[in-house]
Design a protein around this ligand. Structure first.
Ligand code: B12
Length: 257
């Protein structure tokens, strides 16, 4: 079983400090970072190259070889996106490359969703959004895919979602949980506004927040906040809620102390 946890990826990525070690083209640098697994390699490479058709072809091949579509989001698409993120952060590739990869990633997530069996009975509704002012929706799309795959109904409010729209959607849909994703230090403050408006209206629903910009200390500052590090935490938090957890017990279970 391959280990593509964030921890193991970090180790690989740190070992190959590609930008500093030697002069390489972006393609050569990426080649050093791809996993060697024959099913995962072509998918990761296609994400880096922004080739949507090749992403789908690679995913289909992996599914034909017996992989579960939904697991390929973490085990293959995220691995490719980790290469993109690393080389962007190192200044080896630039925003246009990232945009092409992000599009390919979103197509890949959609394909995995379409090819997954969702549970027939819904366990409850979850409202998901990306913070107002923020267009980074890859993490949110993984969260919604995993929630749906785990039997939850998702009301997806999309990216750059105004605070008032989140509040209105909670009033209308009466979800068991709200999720928020923010990748920018400038946008994460919208979560506090969502929290305050929900509390003001007596809508004390757990508000699971994640995304690159967000950390546990920030989320713990507002009443409804529960921090989630990994997209896979979202269905776990939702399951804990239907099993009877409240915000305090969710924090005990999901926050690092
Ligand atoms: C891809 C990307 C883009 C793409 C986004 C495409 C898309 N559709 O999302 C594009 C090219 C459009 C883009 C644009 C911009 N970007 Co950008 N982008 C990135 C990049 C390289 C990767 C982000 C990403 O998708 N990561 C992968 C996903 C999967 O991670 P994630 O969302 O965090 O989700 C994971 C977890 O956080 C968790 N999670 C997420 N949400 C939730 C919710 C719950 C409930 C739970 C439990 C878990 C969870 O699950 C996922 C993993 O399992 C980062 C660099 C970086 N190091 O992160 C910069 C970065 C986020 N971008 C940045 C910036 C500045 C911008 C721009 C302003 C650039 C510009 N000058 O125009 C614009 C933003 C415009 C706007 N208003 O939003 C900065 C933000 C800096 C900051 N701290 O504020 C970063 C950090 C780059 C940098 N180092 O400067 N970007």
């Amino acid at each position: 079983m391959l280990d593509f946890t964030e921890e193991s990826l970090k180790k690989v990525l740190t070992r190959y400090n590609v930008a500093l070690e030697k002069e390489m083209t972006p393609e050569e640098a990426a080649e050093e970072l791809y996993p060697k697994d024959e099913l995962i390699y072509p998918i990761a490479k296609a994400i880096f190259e922004g080739e949507e058709d090749d992403v789908v072809e690679g995913l289909q091949a992996a599914i034909d070889a017996g992989k579960e579509a939904i697991t390929l989001i973490d085990d293959a698409l995220m691995v490719g996106m980790a290469v993109v993120t690393k080389l962007y952060d190192d200044g080896v590739i630039f925003l246009p490359n990232v945009m092409m990869s992000a599009d390919a990633m979103l197509d890949g997530i959609e394909f995995c969703k379409e090819n997954s069996d969702t549970a027939p009975e819904t366990k409850g509704t979850v409202v998901c959004h990306v913070a107002e002012g923020d267009v980074h929706d890859i993490g949110k799309n993984i969260v919604t895919a995993l929630l749906r795959a785990n039997g939850f109904d998702v009301v997806d409010l999309g990216r750059d979602c105004p605070v008032d729209e989140v509040v209105a959607a909670v009033e209308e849909n009466k979800p068991i949980m709200v999720t928020g994703t923010a990748l920018m230090t400038t946008t994460m403050y919208a979560f506090k506004e969502v929290n305050d408006k929900l509390v003001e209206k007596g809508l004390n629903v757990p508000f699971a927040c994640g995304g690159g910009a967000v950390n546990q200390d920030f989320v713990a500052q507002y009443e409804l906040g529960v921090y989630g590090e990994e997209a896979a935490d979202a269905p776990k938090i939702a399951d804990a809620i239907i099993a009877g957890s409240n915000i305090a017990t969710l924090r005990e279970a999901f926050h690092k102390h």
